[in-house]
Design a protein around this ligand. Sequence first.
Ligand code: NAP
Length: 361
Amino acid sequence: MKLILVGFGLVAQRFIQLLLKQEFLLDPKGNPSWIIAGIATAHHGLAVDPDGINPDQALQAARNNALPDLHSRNVRPSVPDTFSFLETAINALDLREYSTRLVVVENTPLGPRDGQPGVDHVRTALTLGAHVITANKGPAAFAHRELVDLAKRSKRKFLYEGSVLDGFPVFSFFRHLLPTVRVKSFRGIVNTTTNHILSAMEGGRTMEEALSHIQAEGISETDSSNDVNGWDAAAKTAILVNSLMGGAITPYDVDCTGIQSLSVNQLVSARKEGQQVKLIASAQFQNNEIEAKVAPVTLARHDSLMNCNGTAKTIEFETDVLGRIQLGKSQSGVNHTAYALMTDLLEINRHIHQLRVSDKE
Ligand SMILES: NC(=O)c1ccc[n+]([C@@H]2O[C@H](COP(=O)([O-])OP(=O)(O)OC[C@H]3O[C@@H](n4cnc5c(N)ncnc54)[C@H](OP(=O)(O)O)[C@@H]3O)[C@@H](O)[C@H]2O)c1
């Protein structure tokens, strides 16, 4: 497979480090069965080489701001923006050989108001004939139906497993293990930063102390306003609705309240009563419409979402065939997100293999 990396920050670098460790992704000579054909960043330069950029050198170059040193001399050196970069990188490849084995790995930051530039990157990549995998919430939160339809028409995959539960494969779980099962509603805890803040406030810390602690620990971004005001959870809610309930909503359709107005007293007293206040993302059908919501909720003593603390995440689904199903994980982290991207890549690998087998038959 040929990988083109759009965004080469924390997640994309960890993804490449993870791929390098996988023996099953080595060819019989012990070389990786994938190559990096291009890398784009916003401020740290870019590189295109259809013969492959050495992954170790790429990781080193990212640390030293030296990506342009890896640019092939045979490819037009000046690529003014990410869209021209994608065209240049894809056109430089021999598409007769690689047409179905080209994967764009989109990991730019979430554009919180419109999902850009991720939406346009995914649209461009699918239009140019690449599969796309991404941990960026923007594309599936703001343009899910359009991008899924485009992928189908282009006979390519658009996968975003890492966008909601990091490494836990919630979308492929339903796609592969529960075919035909319909999700009627869900509710869950999907934002790490706010869950961590609420857990710390239960222990008596103020919201400001809790926030600066998790920023210092690197668990949360320096600008956590989109976590605290519930917008990140709203984006994840939109993705779950679009992907698992057949909806076509954006975060603007989610009735959203953050945790700003919660006090330490409220959280401590709830705990004393055996209850917990959590930021809950939920959606349900109401008169054939989908109602989606993010808001703080006081959970009763035996609620199944209780005791999901710190960086844990959980979602409880109500399904038509199997009743209630709860999925969750006790920790979150960038390694988990990198793992999700790897599972997306393996799904494309299997798909390509099946295409080859059916071509031969
Ligand atoms: N970190 C996590 O644990 C985690 C978990 C789940 C999902 N995600 C999602 O995964 C995505 C990547 O996260 P991250 O932590 O890797 O972010 P990051 O470290 O900030 O890296 C973002 C990368 O995107 C590049 N970039 C920004 N705009 C670009 C553009 N227009 N064209 C090309 N490249 C561009 C940046 O380049 P410069 O550095 O040159 O600006 C950087 O290389 C985000 O959407 C995030 O929400 C992250």
